[in-house]
Design a protein around this ligand. Structure first.
Ligand SMILES: [Zn+2]
Length: 300
């Protein structure tokens, strides 16, 4: 079974042009509003088969003073608000069989909520995490206040406006005819290999980032690069830009710092890795765009 890549489906209407100052207060006062709650960086779920991260608005009464709120948008006209509670709030739900506090990676891996909710959770986690880390102005150091329904922070002291960040990462399957290049970081699960990846730098095109990262990590020169798909990756606020690159050279050279191994895999290897029948190697997890990149390539 092919599962969708995690976090890519987000059915919310964002209402980005109508983020007025009352949007959050109005939504919170509406008993129909759905609440997405994070205790620190752990989403609170209502358990079930599957469970849901869209909680009744009354859940706020069970929480200690919340720290930040964001109006995420509407889902079939139902307002959806994300609320950041302190990390200790997770303990309030520990002995309650109806709720669970689970990290967002495990929620996706274990399919604990419908796939459509993963995009909303990614959005909520990235935004709330940004609020948590940007309480002070990067320009003058004064405290900042949330504005525009949680999509901006303003500094009253110097007038600067700060916007939530999204950090682009290129992730590429580099191919050479019937073989493709993957590497292994020491932190990966045993036997797992995945696509090479790295942050896009300021003033750099996506294509050049693919070429630079591949050369730095594996010593392979890359020519043509094409874009395939992207994936929000809320750890904390990346967007993974999935590309296919054509190798111009064959000899792998890695320094052992970022990668502990890099090698060429045949299409037959990849098929067996995806099926889980390869005796030596494992494919990247199905929730990751790397899995999608190799899956698309073996079909070609
Ligand atoms: Zn300032």
């Amino acid at each position: 079974m092919t599962r969708p890549i995690a976090y890519i489906t987000n059915p919310l209407v964002r209402h980005s042009a109508e983020r007025d100052p009352e949007a959050i207060a109005n939504a919170v006062a509406n008993p129909w509003t759905a609440m997405v709650v994070l205790a620190g960086d752990l989403p609170i779920l209502q358990t079930g088969e599957p469970g849901t991260s869209l909680l009744p608005a009354a859940i706020l009464r069970r929480l200690p003073a919340h720290q930040e709120q964001v109006f995420l948008g509407t889902l079939n006209d139902r307002p959806v608000v994300a609320t950041l509670a302190p990390p200790e709030a997770a303990e309030l739900f520990q002995d309650d069989p109806v709720f669970a506090a689970v990290d967002l990676r495990s929620i996706a891996m274990r399919g604990l909520v419908p796939a459509e909710e993963l995009g909303m959770l990614a959005m909520a986690k990235s935004l709330l995490d940004w609020h948590r880390r940007h309480r002070f102005c990067a320009n003058c150091g004064a405290p900042t206040q949330a504005a525009q329904a949680g999509f901006r922070r303003d500094c009253a002291a110097c007038g600067a406006q700060h916007f939530p960040r999204t950090d682009p990462v290129v992730i590429m399957l580099v191919t050479s005819g019937e073989k493709c290049l993957m590497g292994r970081q020491p932190r990966f699960p045993e036997k797992m290999y995945s696509c090479l990846a790295g942050f896009l730098e300021p003033g750099e095109t996506i294509e050049d980032a693919v070429r630079r990262e591949t050369f730095e990590e594996a010593g392979i020169r890359v020519g043509a690069v094409r874009y395939l798909a992207s994936q929000p990756w809320p750890f904390p606020s990346n967007v993974m830009i999935g590309c296919i690159g054509e190798a111009l050279t064959d000899d792998i050279a890695f320094d052992g710092e970022e990668l502990e191994d890099a090698r060429w895999f045949t299409k037959d290897d990849i098929r067996r890795m995806l099926e889980g029948t390869h005796e030596e190697f494992l494919a990247p997890a199905p929730i990751a765009i790397a899995n999608h990149l190799i899956r698309e390539w073996v079909k070609e």
